[in-house]
Design a protein around this ligand. Structure first.
Ligand code: ANZ
Ligand code: ZN
Length: 891
């Protein structure tokens, strides 16, 4: 018996795997079904954290399991390696972002290899390489030609700390997604957009294909983000004589009048409009309102600078100013005031609203504040269907529920739903409105004022006209003569990059914005299929064969950014002819967070490291000051000093124990509470298995082959043999079913632990005794081999070590997943109840299916029963099959 030494074993097998290239995968394998398992690639921050460890342990368990199940498995890894931190490091330490990034990747790759993951490293990719981002540029150009990319000037989110614009998805509660304390401000800039809104409906409908395979929560978040809303567009004519100078952005009718279209979900309330409002950014404001009324400019600009998201919140103080102008209600010709208000956003609907203060809460608050009229046009109905009495004077809130129309001319008496239809029909007839659908989703703003990203392949001439870079000039590479001084976009400092000659020989200026890094991550799963191809991003046949990815694994935080962008990108690539499939990821597993205990000192106002705390009676105290600390279990993070370093863990306990612990402690989708005792428990489990296998291998039949259940003759088994074999087959069944059931590795491992207990008993009761039978030896061989194979997905190193110890020459990764025999999982004996005259007198072990005669014989042979039978006349014997025998006696 040897000592279990994980460091030695793991190093040895990692070297052998690398030497033999066992994880190399092919795009096609005859007779095998493809299975693509993908963990979200990593941002090379420098070091792995436990969240990575968990993510990759799950992915690797799936990959190894599916491989053993006979699939042609693809399991690659790569680096999401453009982005802000590299640039900040360059500003702070003067190192080029590329150098910083490469060093981080090298270190993290080294750490990953310590975990023994079955990645096909030949396919590794890194998005910061020109070989990768060249294809971003090619897609950009093709999308531009197809109308899926455009440039537009508008108010955009700007993070003063990032010094760049942000997509809406990157603004969280008005703050930057990377700078949680920084208010995002609004800047008017000309920026590049991807036309994701063209796919809004398809992105929504596509959920049907994903439902049941993606967490419902993610689908809901995407649905809300897309925010589909059905309603009507209604045209109000501005009561104003407009001088058209030819370059107006306003909508004009054929009479040259200005049309203010509003979007409403409640056309049934059209007769209740008492005023209308436009957003402060609406083109009417600059073109007409501020010309007529320059005095309100300050007020309007103050509204423009407010946070866009907060502006629409119910509880946000409503602000506004009367424009001095009026608009005309298309159904009754009424003239109502036109206001500019902060609660109307330019980038939703049409940027203008018909206000119905009696029936809309925000309009209600606004009208109360500015003393505007209210008009009730929908009467609520009570439970019995009777109209409720309501009066404007008594209203304390808007009446937002649907009801029966009043004060609405020919529409009086209709219910809200009918009225929506009928009023919209009328608008369509008079040409002043139509049915429409609106989405909250906006086009994806992809340009960033940054160096460390994909250069946008565009050149401008002196008049600002746009030229796409020629295909043969791709990739447009990032220049290296750059200054990182923390001021503005570093690309602006490269003259060589900026100044180019256009195809027509004239002087041109290269676009210095780069692409959002979410562009990189929108198609990387396709690049793995052919990551060294210099002619094409990937082959179409491969893309069709390997997408949608069978199993994608990553954090829920990507629900609306990455996961929505990738779905859009896949559909765009489909429409550009690159792939035929509709979705990138068939199944999605969002793994839960890793939590750890944290220790907060109120006196010092900081989180202490666990090593700074001592523990008494279940409480934590500062070692230095003795202060009792506030302990919580919360998400591991640097700011809370409650993280653990996976590399240290692996060095101390081994990769196998770390993997077993993370997979055992919780099902993959649930939160995982990190716990050193649990980790030590995983180590002890592997250690016990290791000692048991290495200590008893010689008592297993080395000649027994896996075919025909290792040649075991069932009838030659003794009771103990039968029980251990039954337990083995039950365990194989349980482990297989747990994995098939959404990868519940925790119950799978628990089952192996139970088996190990029974194995230990068997060792004591059978193997440690003399004269172990030939049948027992065969059975023990089966038990050892199958148990080792069962742990391959979780503890692959020790599995290979023990596999070899049994004399096998193969890698477990290449073995078949163990099979179980349903018959052998079943009980074969039962306790036969023996009664005399209906009273239980004995219980004996019998084979299931025992014949009536044999059961009767057992009963009559029972010493205990005989006492009540002997000397009496047996009248009859009743046998209930597989249950009991009742001997009826007389005298
Ligand atoms: C009149 C009305 C009467 C409205 C009523 C509601 C209730 P959802 O459901 O989110 O799509 N709205 C339209 N465009 C807007 C904009 N750019 N900024 C702020 N609010 C805007 O909401 C649609 C409703 O939000 C629209 O229907 C409009 O107010 C308002 F009893 O029109 B409603
Ligand atoms: Zn920021």
């Amino acid at each position: 018996i040897k000592e279990y030494n994980p460091n030695e074993i793991e190093k040895k097998w990692q070297d052998k795997w690398a030497q033999k290239d066992v994880f190399k995968s092919k795009n096609k394998a005859d007779g095998k079904e493809n299975y693509y398992v993908l963990e979200m690639f990593a941002y090379p921050s420098g070091k792995l954290h436990v969240g990575h460890l968990r993510n990759y342990a799950i992915g690797d368990a799936i990959a190894r399991y599916k491989k053993m199940k006979g699939f042609n498995v693809l399991h690659p890894f790569g680096w999401d390696s453009f982005g802000l931190p590299a640039e900040n490091a360059a500003i702070d330490h003067g190192a080029h972002p590329g150098k910083w990034t490469k060093a981080n990747i090298d270190n993290m790759r080294r750490q990953l290899k310590l975990m023994g993951l079955s990645y096909d490293w030949d396919r590794e990719l890194s998005t910061y390489t020109p070989e990768y981002y060249k294809w971003n540029q090619k897609f950009f150009i093709e999308m531009y030609k197809k109308g899926l990319v455009y440039k537009k000037k508008s108010f955009v989110n700007w993070c003063p700390d990032c010094n760049t614009v942000l997509a809406n998805e990157q603004v969280e509660d008005g703050k930057c997604w990377r700078h949680s304390k920084t208010d995002v401000i609004q800047k008017e800039l000309s920026q590049w957009y991807f036309k994701i809104t063209d796919y809004a409906e398809e992105l929504l409908q596509g959920h049907e294909e994903l439902r049941g395979h993606w967490p419902e929560q993610v689908l809901t978040m995407q649905k809300n983000w897309i925010g589909k809303s059905t309603g009507s567009e209604v045209d109000f004519i501005l009561d104003y004589k407009f001088e058209n100078n030819g370059n107006s952005h306003l909508k004009l009718n054929d009479k040259g009048e200005v049309v203010i279209s509003v979007f409403t979900t409640r056309p049934d309330t059209l007769y209740g409009v008492t005023y209308a409002t436009v957003a402060p950014e609406h083109p009417l404001v600059e073109e007409v309102i501020l010309k007529e009324n320059p005095g309100i400019r300050e007020k309007v600009e103050a509204m423009r600078n407010e946070d866009k998201i907060a502006r629409t919140a119910e509880d946000k103080e409503k602000e506004g100013v009367f424009s001095g102008l009026y608009v005309i209600n298309p159904v009754n010709g009424e003239k109502v005031q036109l206001w500019v208000a902060n609660y109307v956003l330019m980038d939703y609907g049409t940027g203008a609203v018909m206000a119905v203060p009696a029936h809309d809460e925000r309009d209600f608050q606004f009208a109360k504040k500015y003393n505007l009229d209210l008009k009730i046009v929908v009467n609520p109905v009570d439970k019995n269907g009777n109209l409720e009495e309501v009066s404007v004077e008594k209203l304390e809130n808007a009446l937002t529920v649907p009801g029966i129309l009043v004060n609405s001319e020919e529409f009086n008496g209709l219910n809200s739903n009918e009225a929506k239809e009928k009023i919209t029909e009328k608008l369509e007839k008079i040409g002043l409105g139509k049915k429409t659908v609106n989405y909250r989703l906006h086009d994806w703003l992809i340009s960033r004022q940054r160096y460390w990203g994909t250069p946008i392949p565009v050149i401008y001439d002196e008049d600002g006209n746009i030229y796409l870079e020629e295909k043969e000039n791709l990739p447009v590479k990032l220049p290296t003569d750059i200054e990182f001084n923390g001021k503005g976009n570093p690309l602006e400092t490269s003259e060589e990059f900026k100044n180019v000659i256009l195809p027509n020989g004239k002087k041109g200026r290269r676009e210095t914005d780069t692409m959002d890094t979410f562009v990189d991550s929108s198609w990387y799963y396709l690049r793995y299929l052919d990551s060294h191809n210099v002619e094409k991003p990937f082959e179409k046949a491969d893309a069709d064969a390997w997408t949608p990815v069978n199993q994608y694994i990553g954090g829920i935080e990507h629900a609306v950014m990455h996961l929505l962008y990738a779905r859009f990108f896949h559909k765009s690539l489909r429409d550009l002819g690159y792939v035929d499939t509709n979705e990138p990821f068939k199944k999605l597993l969002t793994q839960g967070m890793v939590l750890g205990p944290s220790f907060y000192s109120q006196n010092e106002r900081r989180y202490l490291f666990p090593r700074e705390a001592e523990f008494k009676d279940g409480k934590a105290f500062s070692i230095e000051t003795g202060e009792e600390l506030i302990t919580k279990v919360e998400k591991m993070s640097k700011s809370k000093n409650n993280g653990v370093d996976p590399e240290e863990i692996v060095k101390e306990y081994g990769a196998d124990s770390s993997r077993v612990f993370t997979l055992f402690a919780a099902p993959p989708e649930k939160e995982l509470e990190w716990n050193m005792n649990g980790l030590a428990g995983a180590y002890r489990f592997i250690n016990r298995l290791y000692l048991l296998v290495s200590g008893t291998a010689e008592f297993s039949d080395h000649n027994a082959k896996s075919e025909n259940h290792y040649g075991v003759e069932l009838k030659n088994r003794n009771q103990k043999d039968e029980e251990i074999q039954k337990k083995l087959h039950q365990t194989v069944k349980k482990v297989t079913e747990s994995i098939e059931d959404d990868f519940h590795f925790n119950t799978a491992i628990a089952a192996v632990m139970e088996l190990l207990n029974d194995m230990t008993t068997y060792k004591q009761e059978v193997i440690d005794k003399d004269n172990i039978s030939t049948e027992s030896k065969k059975i023990w061989r089966e038990v050892l081999e199958k148990t080792i194979l069962l742990i391959v997905p979780f503890a692959p190193h020790v599995a290979d070590e023990l596999w070899a110890y049994l004399g096998n020459k193969t890698f477990t990764f290449e073995e078949e997943w163990p099979k179980y025999d349903e018959e052998l999982t079943k009980d074969h004996t039962f306790n036969l109840v023996i009664q005399v005259n209906g009273k239980v007198r004995d219980m004996v072990l019998a084979q299931i299916g025992i014949s009536k005669d044999d059961a009767e014989k057992l009963a009559l042979e029972s010493e205990k029963a005989k006492k009540f039978i002997n000397g009496k006349e047996i009248v009859k014997v009743i046998v209930v099959p597989n249950k009991l025998v009742n001997v009826v006696v007389k005298g």
